[in-house]
Design a binder for this molecule. Structure first.
Ligand SMILES: Cc1ncc(COP(=O)(O)O)c(C=O)c1O
Length: 481
């Protein structure tokens, strides 16, 4: 083998960077699949892979745009609703060259205007389409933002723990410091300002220049929704400490507790007093991968920059231009998501029925799995108020911790490996998201279809009961669902 590239001489940051959502358990699951054994991939929030059906209107518009010649067919009105045809024609008119052409590096201006209108509708404040960057999923723009903030190894970004590993991985890749702030599990994974203060002071004492704070609302993996009051505290904290706020709001449609509606950072900021309102630098993220659409494969996401200087936005534009532009089906999917059929449109009844059914079903699954986990010995689970995950804490028996130590494995990794081996369920150990030392968790999605959801819950239950018997727990559940 030639040796120009070896583990010793590739960029060391590649080796430091971890992405456990597709880590050891996932690789073991892939191997199991290759061996012809059953695997249920509950490791990634990938709704269509677990049976979610696409929203029809979006796919109709995309189909017509992929094959515009269909619109010449005299039977087209028997095959597609009139509003889907009209929308496809409208997009083709404003997208020179259709889906086969590059667009502006920030994304097609018409779609950016649709996004700006959506932001204005949902936050009550105007948005400038020139400050919107469309990308191949929210991950890409999140990475671009982190890249722009990290100048060297002294620069740090505050990240909630537990966190979605996009953040830890990107910070490692760009050579910065992850500055953790811990969410309070017992208080429903809430954040508190005393912890933020503690974290920033500790990091500054170590000489880290803290430049930004990320929050994920609703949380991944933790599922909590921030109240407006919490959001304002976060905003005030960032303003006071000159931090850019990165608001990861990709799960904003996935809300299951009517007492805790989603409040966007942009809306909360607009209700903050001056000078915070016009000074806090905010980057908000959204995507087509989540919500009722779940179109992860189309790779459509965006960031909106607010109160960020025009010359900085221009530099980001230059960097975005290195990739030319994001893929066009993803851009169109974004346009459709933020500008869906309206009452009175031919597609509206089906669209709203599909969307509501998808979100209501997720809500039922969120409740069911939380109750099931809480009924197991040694397991506590905060309710999933939003997003697509359940993140129970598992108190592992001392005997098992000893076995994990002897095998040189993190205990939650070993638990997930045994779970996979016995049940085919592929979850992510809590260590993949970071967790308070000495605590162990796992993350599972709530995405498997309702037809199989009870079976999955029962697999967890019988695995855990056997596990506790095997390793010295009492082997009894507190109550049944
Ligand atoms: C919190 C969070 N942010 C961002 C993303 C990335 O989404 P996208 O598919 O738009 O890149 C995910 C994906 O699971 C996520 O959970």
């Amino acid at each position: 083998m030639p040796g120009n590239l070896s583990l010793d001489n590739i960029n060391a940051r590649m080796r430091e960077c971890k992405y456990d959502v597709r880590g050891e358990i996932y690789l073991a699951a892939v191997k199991r699949t290759q061996e012809g054994k059953e695997v249920i991939y509950t490791n990634v929030g990938n709704p269509h892979a677990l049976g979610t059906q696409p929203i029809t209107f979006g796919r109709q518009v995309l189909s017509l745009m992929m094959a515009p010649f269909l619109m010449e067919d005299p039977n087209i009105h028997n095959m597609f609703p009139s509003d889907a045809i009209a929308r496809a024609k409208q997009y083709l008119k404003v997208m020179k060259g259709g889906l086969g052409a590059y667009t502006d590096s920030k994304g097609n201006p018409y779609v950016r205007q649709e996004i700006a209108n959506f932001i204005e509708r949902t936050s009550g404040v105007p948005s400038n389409p020139n400050n919107i960057f469309i990308s191949n999923g929210a991950s890409e723009v999140a990475r671009m933002m982190i890249f722009s903030l990290i100048r060297g190894s002294n620069d740090g970004i505050m990240v909630p723990i537990p966190q979605y590993p996009l953040y830890s991985a990107s910070i490692a890749l760009y050579g910065g410091q992850l500055v953790p702030y811990y969410l309070d599990e017992e208080a429903g994974w809430s954040m508190n300002v005393a912890e933020l203060e503690h974290s920033i002071h500790e990091s500054r004492a170590k000489g880290i220049c803290v430049r930004a704070l990320v929050f994920i609302n609703p949380g991944n993996p933790t599922g909590q929704c921030l109240s407006e009051q919490d959001l304002r505290s976060l905003i005030t904290f960032c303003h006071k400490n000159s931090l850019v706020l990165i608001a990861d709001e990709v799960y904003q449609e996935n809300i299951y507790n009517s007492n805790r509606p989603f409040v966007g950072a942009r809306a909360a900021l607009s209700r903050c007093p001056e000078p915070v309102r016009s000074e806090l630098e905010l980057c908000s993220l959204h995507t087509v991968s989540k919500g009722a659409y779940g179109e992860c494969g189309l790779r459509g996401g965006y960031m909106e920059l607010h109160n960020i200087r025009d010359d900085v936005v221009d530099e980001m534009y230059k960097i975005a231009a290195i990739n030319l532009c994001s893929n066009m089906p993803g851009q169109v999917a974004l346009g459709i998501m933020v500008n869906p059929p309206q009452p009175g449109d031919e597609s509206y009844p089906l669209y709203s029925q599909e969307k509501n059914a998808a979100l209501e079903s997720l809500k039922r699954r969120a409740v069911k799995i939380t109750e099931a986990f809480n009924s197991l010995e040694g397991v506590t689970c905060q309710p999933t108020e939003g997003a697509m995950y359940s993140f129970p804490r598992i108190r592992l028996p001392a005997n098992f911790l000893e076995v994990a130590r002897s095998k040189n494995k993190a205990p939650d990794v070993l638990y997930c490996l045994e779970l996979l081996d016995e049940t085919g369920l592929s979850c992510v150990p809590g260590s993949g998201f970071k967790q308070k030392d000495g605590t162990f968790h796992l993350r599972t999605t709530i995405l498997p279809h309702e037809d199989v959801f009870d079976d999955i819950v029962n697999r967890f239950r019988s695995f855990h009961e056997n596990f506790m018997r095997r390793y010295g727990g009492q082997g009894v559940t507190r109550s049944r669902i």
